[in-house]
Design a protein around this ligand. Structure first.
Ligand SMILES: [Zn+2]
Length: 99
């Protein structure tokens, strides 16, 4: 066994108990690493609400995160393209996957 020979050179001859302990420790480390990789890969879904703003006069459209007080039909500022009124056109929920 190569491991035993290599260790034997530096640490002296290892008995069975030490080898089992090392094997168990390595297994535990590998298990923990695998678990952390697995939990990182697990998808976390978060629901987020978005608001779509649309210009009344042209086809300018903007999407942003929902703010309190938003409602469909609310006028919010001017269109950056034609300075017409920007109106909240839709509010919707989106499921987002977080890493
Ligand atoms: Zn416009």
């Amino acid at each position: 066994m190569v491991l035993r020979e290599v260790n034997g050179m530096f640490l002296g001859d290892l008995d069975t108990f030490t080898l089992i302990t090392i094997a168990l420790t390595l297994f535990l480390i590998a298990y923990m690493v695998a678990m952390s990789v697995f939990s990182r890969r697990k998808e976390v879904k978060v629901r987020k609400t978005y608001t779509i703003l649309k210009c009344v006069d042209c086809d300018y459209k903007k999407e942003r995160e929902f703010k309190e007080g938003d409602y469909v039909g609310k006028v919010e500022g001017d269109c950056p393209q034609c300075e017409g009124p920007l109106v909240i056109y839709a509010i919707y929920d989106k499921e987002e996957k977080l890493r």
